[in-house]
Design a binder for this molecule. Structure first.
Ligand code: NAD
Ligand code: UGA
Length: 457
């Protein structure tokens, strides 16, 4: 009944949405998403999906139980599939050789071993996870040494979706990148995968390359994006010192078509599970291949981001004459960007931890992040007197000395700041880490305002 059977190992932020899109667009493809995390699989099979993404509930509901399935039976999914996507996590290594830089490939390796053991026939294995250049070589060597004799093909097909816009990005991608071996078998495997995407992506947007270009291009794309944010954030500090306005500078340079307007929004710093880990991975690779100057160049993107997060927290402390001890600070937003419940590497963690060290009392509100997650991320327990998680922005702000905007959730723009001002301790401050709010309006109400890359009062 189905022309192709796909299995995806790893039901996370990438595996779930990506496979839901393939299942929606390709009715003759059967898609099975498997994971060793039974709780996560149960959530994918429920009405409360483990990932919050606008539009995701709808596309999962349309295909689930028809040609989209979620299960923990990794072995049989491997056996049944023609194409196996590997979409497991590839965090930064925290131990041993390459610690704090290299990618930890133990999950990818363990999947490769499972495939070698349970394949039962030749498969197309697709690296969807972001991995260091030449990882396909390691996967192939694990498959070859298993002694099964099956002629598997390994492809690289990195994912470029951004959280918060995953469904739109998957539906209308700038490009699909597929890397494979230059042999006839490799080229045939590329075309088989290209045909799946070809159901909804125009052929001219499907880029075919060799394996290594594809693997490296993913790291380089994230490094270039992160570099733009660090570049504009570095300029934000200069703007504050010179009374230039960073949004005006960004707009003025972004209209140059060679520079372009996107990814020039100054902020409290970039977060998310991938930018830092992928840039560090690039730094590690450059060092490994004997290119220390190149490694140092890219490492500065991370250094600048760390500095920007610290600079924001320090500005809050300085505004209160170097002591926020026992001051109530309302933290609006904890996710690393709007429209996601993901808090991995969110700048909120660094900012909140630094303010807790300064003995501030934090009242945190985020529309989508669960309370438990916030406590876990801050290494705190719910009996910690200096940390509360609130059910609304109003509750967080009540009795606070300052509002800190960390995530650019749309609902924060529509808050009734006049009423909030009344409920706060004076002088009432706003520290806008996203340049989200109307600062002139806030000043007219009576707030003292500090924002990123904006002239200080
Ligand atoms: P995630 O942590 O949300 O999901 C990974 C899943 O893999 C987890 O549920 C985990 O239980 C599962 N897993 C690990 N080992 C397994 C095994 N042996 N068998 C079965 N399941 C296993 O990660 P994610 O955010 O989906 O990222 C996955 C990959 O995609 C990473 O390499 C990441 O860099 C890359 N990526 C992520 C994004 C993003 O927006 N999050 C975008 C592009 C690329
Ligand atoms: C990013 C890339 O945009 C995706 O293409 C890539 O697939 C993904 O990483 C990945 O490999 O995981 P994501 O991290 O989900 O996606 O979200 P982004 O929109 O890139 O935002 C990352 C961080 O940068 C957020 O904290 C965001 O607030 C910040 N940012 C973004 C800025 O501070 N300024 C900007 O102009 C843009």
């Amino acid at each position: 009944m189905f022309s192709t059977k796909i299995c995806c190992i790893g039901a996370g932020y990438v595996g779930g949405p990506t496979m839901a899109m393939i299942a929606n667009k390709c009715s003759d493809v059967r898609v099975e998403v498997v994971d060793i995390n039974a709780e996560r699989i149960a959530a994918w099979n429920s009405d409360q999906l483990p990932v919050y993404e606008p539009g995701l509930d709808e596309i999962v509901a349309q295909a689930r139980g028809i040609n989209l399935f979620f299960s923990t039976d990794v072995e049989s999914a491997i056996r049944e599939a023609d194409i196996i996507f590997v979409s497991v996590n590839t965090p930064t290594k925290t131990y041993g050789l390459g610690a704090n830089r290299a990618a930890d490939l133990r999950f990818v390796e363990s999947v490769a071993r499972s495939i070698a053991e349970h394949a039962g026939g030749p498969k197309i294995i697709v690296e969807k996870s972001t991995i260091p250049v030449r990882t396909a070589e390691a996967i192939k060597s694990i498959l070859e040494t298993s002694g099964s004799g099956h002629a598997h093909q390994v492809l690289s097909n990195p994912e470029f979706l951004a959280e918060g816009t995953a469904v739109a990005d998957l539906e209308n991608p700038d490009r699909i990148l597929i890397g494979g071996e230059t042999t006839p078998e490799g080229q045939a495997a590329i075309e088989r995968l290209a045909n799946v995407y070809g159901e909804w992506v125009p052929q001219e947007r499907i880029i075919r390359t060799n394996l290594w270009s594809s693997e490296l291009a993913k790291l380089v794309a994230n490094a270039f994006l992160a570099q733009r944010i660090s570049s504009i954030n570095s300029i934000s500090a200069l703007c504050e010192a010179t009374e230039a306005d960073v949004d005006e500078v960004a707009n003025a340079i972004g209209t140059d078509s060679r520079i372009g307007p996107k990814f020039l929004k100054a902020s409290v710093g970039f977060g998310g599970s991938c930018f830092q880990k992928d840039v560090l991975n690039l730094v590690y690779l450059c060092g490994h291949f004997g290119l220390p100057e190149v490694a140092e160049y890219w490492e500065s993107v991370i250094t600048m981001n760390q500095w920007q997060k610290r600079r924001f927290a320090d500005a809050v402390v300085q505004a209160f004459f170097n002591t926020v001890s026992n001051k109530r600070l309302a933290v609006l937003g904890f996710a690393f960007k709007k429209d996601t419940n993901d808090t991995r590497e969110t700048p909120a963690i660094d900012v909140c931890k630094r303010l807790l060290e300064e003995q501030a009392s934090l009242a945190i509100y985020d529309p989508k992040v669960e309370t438990d997650k916030i406590f876990r991320d801050l290494d705190a327990n719910d009996d910690d007197e200096r940390l509360i998680v609130c059910a609304s922005a109003q509750e967080a702000v009540q009795g606070a000395n300052a509002i800190l905007v960390i995530t650019e959730w749309d609902e924060f723009k529509d808050l009734d700041f006049e009423t909030l001002f009344e409920s706060m301790v004076k002088p009432a401050w706003v520290f806008d880490g996203r340049n989200l709010l109307d600062h002139d309006k806030l000043r007219a109400i009576g707030f003292k305002v500090r924002a990123i890359g904006k002239p200080c009062e």
